[in-house]
Design a protein around this ligand. Structure first.
Ligand code: HPA
Length: 259
């Protein structure tokens, strides 16, 4: 219900009846948005029904409408997290609303710690699969959603054509907000994680449940706890995002031009 209200508000405020693609820009990805194109309409999230105010530093709190080739694209500048006290339904609400506003493709971005040897800080990595370690689900009522190929193989192949140097990985989503211990990171490696972060998995589940195609890209902003012995900080996450912004922005634009 609120998702439909938010979708109606988005259509009215942007003058665009349907946005075919939605992009969620997480920590480290805010500056990349500038490379996508100039928005023709922008709405503060606080003015949209059911939206919260992203409080994590580096999250813009705006919804932009941009046109890339013939695609109307919604850029969601920031997200809500479980660690801010939001419920799973509140966390996914912007994605639910974007799909109600017409999104058939949902592109989820985030900052992540890198676990796998060979990953580098500043490198974008395609999400090939996930581990939902939040012990939560956004689904209420929907039953037994299939998550095989949840991270759309065709969209991943298309993205690798644009940037053949991209690798893929399994993203482990935890609640946070504390970073992991080195022991937790060893455990996550053992159970198959390449990347670790505090978002994205619930949004992907929601989007698949509603039939949207999902593409995900993590920016490796640091090596995970214990991998190098260095300490972790959110400032480092944001700084790496800034440094990578031109590459990330070009990649996003390339994807949006082709989907
Ligand atoms: N762990 C969890 N979330 C993160 C990390 C990390 O190392 N880096 C960026 N987000």
């Amino acid at each position: 219900m609120t998702a439909e209200q938010a979708a109606a508000a988005i259509a009215e405020r942007t003058g665009v009846p349907r946005h075919r693609v939605a992009v969620v820009l997480g920590s480290g990805w805010q500056e990349a948005a500038a490379e996508i194109g100039a928005p023709h309409a922008s709405i503060p999230m606080t003015e949209l029904p059911g939206f919260g105010k992203p409080s994590a530093q580096g999250h813009g709190g705006m919804v932009h409408s941009v046109t890339v080739n013939d695609n109307n694209v919604l850029l969601l500048m920031g997200r809500q997290h479980l660690y801010e006290g939001y419920t799973p339904q509140q966390v996914v609400h912007p994605v639910t609303a974007a799909i109600a506003a017409g999104a058939e493709i949902v592109l989820l971005t985030n900052a992540a710690g890198g676990l796998r040897a060979g990953l580098h800080v500043g490198e974008p990595v395609l999400i090939a699969d996930h581990l939902n370690l939040t012990a939560r689900t956004p689904l209420v009522g929907a039953r037994f959603v299939d998550l095989v190929d949840a991270w759309d193989p065709e969209l991943r192949a298309l993205t690798r054509e644009i940037d053949p140097s991209l690798t893929e990985g399994v993203y482990a989503g935890l609640i946070g907000p504390q970073y992991e211990t080195p022991a937790e990171i060893r455990m996550l490696s053992t159970i198959g994680a390449d990347l670790v972060g505090m978002s994205t998995v619930l949004e992907a589940i929601e989007a698949r449940s509603l039939g949207a195609r999902v593409l995900g890209i993590s920016l490796v902003t640091n090596m995970a706890a214990g991998v190098t012995g260095e300490h972790l900080s959110h400032a480092e996450v944001l700084a790496e995002g800034q440094a990578a912004a031109p590459r990330l922005g070009k990649l996003l634009r390339g994807i949006l031009e082709r989907v």
